[in-house]
Design a protein around this ligand. Structure first.
Ligand SMILES: C[S@@+](CC[C@H](N)C(=O)[O-])C[C@H]1O[C@@H](n2cnc3c(N)ncnc32)[C@H](O)[C@@H]1O
Length: 372
C-alpha cells in the first residue's frame, strides 16, 4: 500500500470551498500518492455496514437524500404521507396503552417490526451518524408501506446481493414510485407482475372512469395490514385471528413436546374463509381431547377426523365462548380509554375498537356454526 502524503494548503482551501458549494465529504480526504499525483484517502477506518437488511439500506438511502432540496427524489418525497400521518395511523407510533390491547397476533407483528427497525437503526447509526433517528425511522416506515416484492428476475448472479439460493424474502425489496399510489383490496384487485425490466399492472376487468383501481399487496390478515400499513378492510377474505393464547396454556409439557416434534406447536388460526380453523388447530385440539392413537391417526392422514369432530368441537366451542366474553371486556376497557388514559388521537382508539369488533364477529360466527 503506497503511503498517502499530506496534500498541502491549497487543497485544504479547495476542500473548504467545495464543501461551501454543497459537496458532502464523509470519512475521506485528498492526499498525494507517489507516482499518481493526488488521490483520495480514507481519513478513518471505513466499514461497510454488515447485517443491514435491504430494507434498512433503502431507508438510509432515502434518509440521506431527504433534506437535499436538489435531490432527484424530491417530487416523490413530496407525495409521501407526513411523519404526523404515520404517528396517527401506524401502531408502532401509538401510545403504549393502546399497543398493549392490540390483538395477540398484531402484538407479535409489532414486536417483530420494532426489533427489525432497531436492528437496522443500530447498524445505520454506526455507519451514518449524521442521519437523525426520527428521520431514519420515518423512511424505514416509508419503505415498509411503499415497497414491493422483487425477486431479481433474470438478474445475473454477479449483480445479486447474495447467492440466489441464500436470498430470503427480506432481501427481495424494491420501491417503485407511482406504483406505490395503488391501494390494496383483498378480492377483485389487479395482480402486479414483474420481470427484469420492472413492474406492470394490467387492468383485470373493465373500469368506469372515476372507479378506483386496486392492487393486491398479498393475502394479508387485518392484523398484518394494521401493523404494517395502518389500515384494515371491512371485507377481507384473508382475515384470520390467532387462537394460541387459548390453546397453548392448556397443553401439558409432554403434549407441548409432541406438538413440537410433529411441527404443530403454535400458530393456531381462525379465519373468515373456510376451513375456518386451520389443520394445526384441529391437531392440537385432538391431542387435548382424544386418546393419543386417535390423534396419531389424524396427523398421519390415515383418518380424516370426522368421527371425532363432535368431541373436538365441544372444546373449541368452550374456548371460543370464553374468548368472546374476554373480547367484550376488552371492548369496554378500550371504550373507557379516552377518559382514563388521556388518549389524544380518537382515530387510533376507533381503529382498535373496529378491529376487536371484527374479531368478536369472527369468533361469534364460528360459535354459531358449531352449534348448528
Ligand atoms: C402503497 S401506499 C398507497 C398510497 C397511499 N394511499 C397514499 O396516500 O400515498 C400504502 C398505504 O396506503 C393506505 N392504504 C392502502 N390500501 C388501503 C385501503 N384499502 N384502505 C385504506 N388505506 C389504504 C395505507 O395507509 C397504506 O400504508
Amino acid at each position: 500500500m503506497a503511503a498517502a502524503l499530506s496534500p498541502g494548503e491549497e487543497h485544504d482551501r479547495f476542500v473548504e470551498w467545495a464543501q461551501k458549494q454543497g459537496i458532502e465529504i464523509n470519512g475521506v480526504g485528498p492526499a498525494r500518492f507517489a507516482g499518481r499525483g493526488m488521490g483520495i484517502v480514507a481519513a478513518k477506518d471505513l466499514k461497510i455496514p454488515k447485517n443491514v437488511s435491504i430494507h434498512g439500506r433503502l431507508a438510509a438511502y432515502l434518509a440521506l437524500a431527504y433534506n437535499d432540496s436538489s435531490s432527484e427524489y424530491k417530487p416523490w418525497q413530496d407525495i409521501w404521507p407526513s411523519q404526523d400521518e404515520f404517528k396517527s395511523i401506524l401502531p408502532i407510533n401509538w401510545p403504549k396503552e393502546l399497543q398493549d390491547v392490540l390483538p395477540e397476533s398484531a402484538k407479535d407483528l409489532l414486536n417483530t417490526q420494532r426489533t427489525n427497525i432497531e436492528k437496522d437503526w443500530l447498524q445505520i447509526h454506526r455507519s451514518h451518524p449524521s442521519i437523525p433517528e426520527s428521520l431514519f425511522k420515518y423512511t424505514w416506515l416509508i419503505v415498509n408501506t411503499r415497497s414491493f416484492y422483487w425477486n431479481y428476475p433474470n438478474l445475473p448472479a454477479s449483480r445479486l446481493p447474495k447467492k440466489r439460493q441464500a436470498l430470503t424474502s427480506e432481501d427481495c425489496y424494491a420501491m417503485c414510485p407511482f406504483m406505490d399510489y395503488f391501494n390494496h383490496l383483498s378480492v377483485g384487485a389487479c395482480m402486479p407482475t414483474c420481470d427484469s425490466k420492472g413492474y406492470s399492472v394490467t387492468a383485470n376487468r373493465d373500469y368506469k372512469a372515476g372507479e378506483e383501481v386496486y392492487v393486491l399487496y398479498g393475502g394479508h390478515s387485518n392484523d398484518l395490514l394494521l401493523i404494517e400499513y395502518g389500515f384494515i378492510l371491512d371485507n377481507n377474505d384473508h382475515d384470520t385471528t390467532k387462537l394460541d393464547h387459548l390453546i397453548l396454556p392448556r397443553l401439558s409439557s409432554s403434549q407441548e413436546e409432541i406438538l413440537k416434534e410433529d411441527g404443530f406447536h403454535g400458530n393456531y388460526t381462525l379465519s373468515t374463509a373456510p376451513p375456518t380453523t386451520c389443520h394445526r388447530t384441529q391437531a392440537a385440539l385432538r391431542l387435548l381431547t382424544l386418546p393419543s392413537r386417535r390423534y396419531d391417526a389424524f396427523i398421519s392422514g390415515t383418518d380424516d377426523g370426522a368421527a371425532d369432530q363432535a368431541k373436538v368441537d365441544i372444546l373449541l366451542n368452550q374456548l371460543l365462548e370464553a374468548y368472546s366474553r374476554d373480547i367484550m371486556a376488552i371492548l369496554e376497557e378500550i371504550g373507557e380509554f379516552v377518559d382514563n388514559q388521556g388518549i389524544s388521537d380518537p382515530a387510533q382508539k376507533a381503529m382498535l375498537l373496529r378491529r376487536w369488533k371484527q374479531i368478536r364477529d369472527m369468533v361469534n360466527v364460528h360459535i354459531r356454526e358449531l352449534s348448528r
